[in-house]
Design a protein around this ligand. Structure first.
Ligand code: SAH
Length: 374
């Protein structure tokens, strides 16, 4: 806690029964607009306000007739998110927001400023059903899937924040003005909410909507094989990351329960099919836990299994979570692990620790907030 420079807590402003505009396609919005007796082109104007100017209220939409703005505002909200807690890291380059959804559920989104990139880590579910033993989100189980609007809204919220020169809180770095990268590595398993996630991804990459390059988006999965095959056929260049954390079934099943259903060999075969079809490099995530999955022998086993694949390993220092037996691997052992992978022909890097002091690890802020409320 001593590292935080700023925490903002918003007390709920009351839940709304209104419908959510971000859940609509352009076609559906056009139907709404024409249903109100307005010409179809008004839908495009609204669409631009929302996806290009990141409007959060109909009042901002200056080129719409006032009566239309009022009619829309009576029945619709643009975003379903309300920021409940905001935490800024001391160095000013990581910011985390806990959002409250209309039904009271909460999700986390983290903004990380790197040299040139402004990367947003977004959630795909409230909670998660996958039960990974080292993950904070898993501890509370799954509450529900996010709607596509709730997924897109996380990006638009920070796009608006970055675009506004006088946005609060100020970030203590040269002002970046746009979201450049999005990773689906927040709360939830994106492949377990496939339909809504892909509706959101299409809106985020559609040049007429948010317009972010697909290659700048990474979907991270614990390894739902049928969905990896499905993603290979999507025809959108979204990057795939697979959370491996162990090279064999015995160890992986103890860390990632889903492994009992989709074992390592089958998972790697699915990744191979994906690479053959898309010719895209896949990232494997490997969170190092002291004495659990960080031995030289495991590094060698991992290198042997991954070296035939067009891939890269992201070695992640474990984020320690409360009441967990898992501890991060030392820096020296981390380095040794990475060297063995490289020597075995597998490109590997250590992912920078970000937001540790602001509980930016998966699900940790939400958990802390729930504990405070209990
Ligand atoms: N469900 C998806 C995406 C969300 S988690 C997935 O499993 O890939 C994003 C990444 O953070 C995953 O690789 C996950 O295994 C990892 N992770 C979870 N808890 C962690 C912790 N305490 N420390 C480090 N990484 C963690």
């Amino acid at each position: 806690m001593e590292c935080m420079t700023e925490i903002t807590l918003n007390v709920g402003a009351g839940q709304t029964e209104k419908r959510v505009l971000l859940d609509l396609s352009l076609e559906e919005l056009t139907e709404v607009v024409t249903g109100l007796g307005q010409p179809a082109y008004r839908a495009r104007q609204i669409w631009e306000w929302v996806y290009k100017h990141y409007a959060v209220s109909f009042d901002e939409m200056a080129n719409l007739p006032k009566t239309l703005r009022e009619k829309l505002a009576a029945e619709w909200v643009i975003s379903p998110l309300e920021s409940a807690i905001r935490i800024l890291s001391q160095d000013g380059d990581t910011q985390k927001v806990l959002f409250r959804l209309a039904d009271g559920q909460t999700i986390e989104t983290v903004l990380m400023l790197y040299d040139k990139r402004r990367t947003l880590c977004i959630s795909s579910q409230a909670g998660c059903a996958m039960g990974c033993t080292f993950c904070a989100t898993a501890q509370g189980g799954l509450a529900r899937n996010l709607t596509s609007g709730e997924i897109v809204a996380q990006v638009l919220y920070f796009a608006r924040y970055l675009a506004k020169a006088d946005a609060e809180p100020p970030m203590d770095v040269e002002r970046p003005t746009a979201v450049t990268n999005v990773v689906l590595m927040g709360m939830g398993e994106p492949m377990h909410n496939y339909r809504n996630v892909w509706t959101a991804l299409r809106l985020l990459t559609d040049a007429d909507a948010f317009g972010l390059g697909a290659r700048h988006i990474t979907l991270s999965t614990v390894g739902l094989i049928p969905m990896i095959d499905r993603m290979a056929d999507e025809g959108l260049q979204i990057a795939l990351a697979v959370s491996l954390h162990a090279p064999n079934d015995e160890l992986r099943s103890s860390l990632v329960p889903l492994n009992s259903r989709y074992p390592v060999a089958d998972l790697l075969a699915a990744v191979r099919r994906y690479i053959d079809k898309t010719h895209r490099r896949v990232t494997f995530e490997y969170a190092l836990m002291a004495g659990i999955n960080d031995s030289p022998a495991l590094a060698e086993e991992l290198a042997e299994k991954l070296s035939p694949l067009l891939c890269h390993v992201n070695v992640i220092p474990l984020n320690p979570i409360p009441d967990s037996p898992f501890q991060p691997t030392s820096d020296a052992d981390t380095l040794r692990f990475v060297e063995i992978l490289r020597a075995g022909g597998v490109p590997a890097t250590v992912r920078l620790r970000r937001g540790i002091e602001i509980n930016a690890g998966c699900g940790q802020l939400r958990q802390a907030a729930q504990r405070m409320a209990a």
